[in-house]
Design a binder for this molecule. Sequence first.
Ligand SMILES: Cc1cc2nc3c(=O)[nH]c(=O)nc-3n(C[C@H](O)[C@H](O)[C@H](O)COP(=O)(O)OP(=O)(O)OC[C@H]3O[C@@H](n4cnc5c(N)ncnc54)[C@H](O)[C@@H]3O)c2cc1C
Length: 480
Amino acid sequence: MRYDIVIIGAGIAALHAALRLPKDKKVLIVCKSNSWDCNTFYAQGGVAVPADEDDIKTHIEDTLRAGAGLCDRKAVEVMCKDGYRVVREFIEMGFEFDKDENGNLLYTKEAAHSRNRILHAGGDATGRLIHLFLMKNNPFPLLYKSTVVDLLVEGDTCYGVTVFYDGEFRNIYAKNVIIASGGIGSLYEYHTNAKSISSDIQGICLEKGCELRDMEMLQFHPTVFIHNKGARKQLLTEALRGEGAYIVDETGERFLFRYDERGELSPRDIVSRAMFDWKMKTGREIYLSFDNFSEEFFRKRFPTIYYHLKDLGFNLPKDRVPISPAFHYAMGGIKTDLNGKVPGMRNLYAVGEAANTRVHGANRLASNSLLEGFVFSVRAVNDILNKDEDIKIKEFPVNREVLVKEGDKELKNRLRRLMWEHAGIIRKESGLKKALKELDEMFDKDIGKLLRLRLLTSKKIVQSAIDRKESLGAHYIVKE
Ligand SMILES: Cc1cc2nc3c(=O)[nH]c(=O)nc-3n(C[C@H](O)[C@H](O)[C@H](O)COP(=O)(O)OP(=O)(O)OC[C@H]3O[C@@H](n4cnc5c(N)ncnc54)[C@H](O)[C@@H]3O)c2cc1C
């Protein structure tokens, strides 16, 4: 199996790259599960995009401010400038964002944005509809239920991937490999991510000597309903707060204003920490209240959430919903340049949530990640198409290392608890060191490859958190 390009993943970064590749290229998309099992599918709020040319500058400034000094200004400029064009091109291809009765695009606002610039589709079904559109327009074969378990790297070249597919290991060779495998959600006990998002490729990158950067920078979403069954918890989008939903404790106090004058519209990390701290101090339950929404508005503007919560027995908009923060998004990832290229590699790219261009710095501005997926997928494609070197394929023996061993499931759950307790919203150096020791102990056991990859990524997160001694953005560390 030989291809011009193999793309790992089937979320926005992968499928938008595919959409932008010429149809005469031989391309294969490999995805671990069903195509919809990705974070893109679950994105609710929308896509942040400069509302007009004048807004490019303000979008850049808002992104830099949220990033708390860790952003690469150049990367942010690229995302906002290119994003202005790329999202409009996506609309020209036929994608429909929500519009008002006069046909004007409807822009909403989310936390830490200084103006309305979030485009949404189907109310709160933005990710699902974008994914559907990309799938419908995807011209290339997609190999489902195929886990990439290795990158075929020698020296400065990646010759392809090893996949586990239909009970067998196979090597798939390619002149270029684009990693678009998303973040790391499954490393945490409470998270909002799709099931397939478990940091395998980040672990493989570490084994191959590719750098993961800013891995301590992880975002915890404040408004998550965590009492549903299953690992993926129900996110209640930030846009609800943008439209006026508010956070109260069980006595009805809007305690967020004690922490920040912006209240519900403070950045996510501030809201998450305030909730964590308030609960510790008072022991009170915390809720999201929508009682200022009309039922019709709620149903039309946020249909997915409305019907989901109704199914769970809530009487909306009257009932308030208990919420907790949960892991949501990885700002850290595989270090790349502004074309998504992994440094030191001739033909290996990473885009979307898997990548780290420092576009989000220490904290992602809400709804900037779908934009990142749009923009950097195009840049990686253009880089591939514009280079004139030809990679001669080299064959590798197939690595058939056992993926899962007995006892891995229990250790996986232990890992998830450990990460939640010690590498979560508020970190202590002693807790992080304890976590690192336990991770090392797990690492020394007789475990399968997939768990080893998770442990490698987890260790990198914990070590990065230990190394960053001062709090910054989403990384909050307290001294004992
Ligand atoms: C509930 C929720 C709501 C969100 N809302 C918003 C929002 O409103 N706006 C916004 O901008 N962002 C939002 N985000 C974040 C945003 O959705 C993600 O950052 C973005 O979709 C990531 O896209 P991606 O293409 O990089 O990865 P994903 O869409 O996560 O896709 C990753 C793909 O890689 C595959 N994969 C993983 N590992 C392997 C492997 N080993 N082998 C083969 N395939 C593999 C997966 O199966 C999947 O197909 C939200 C996230 C969540 C979880």
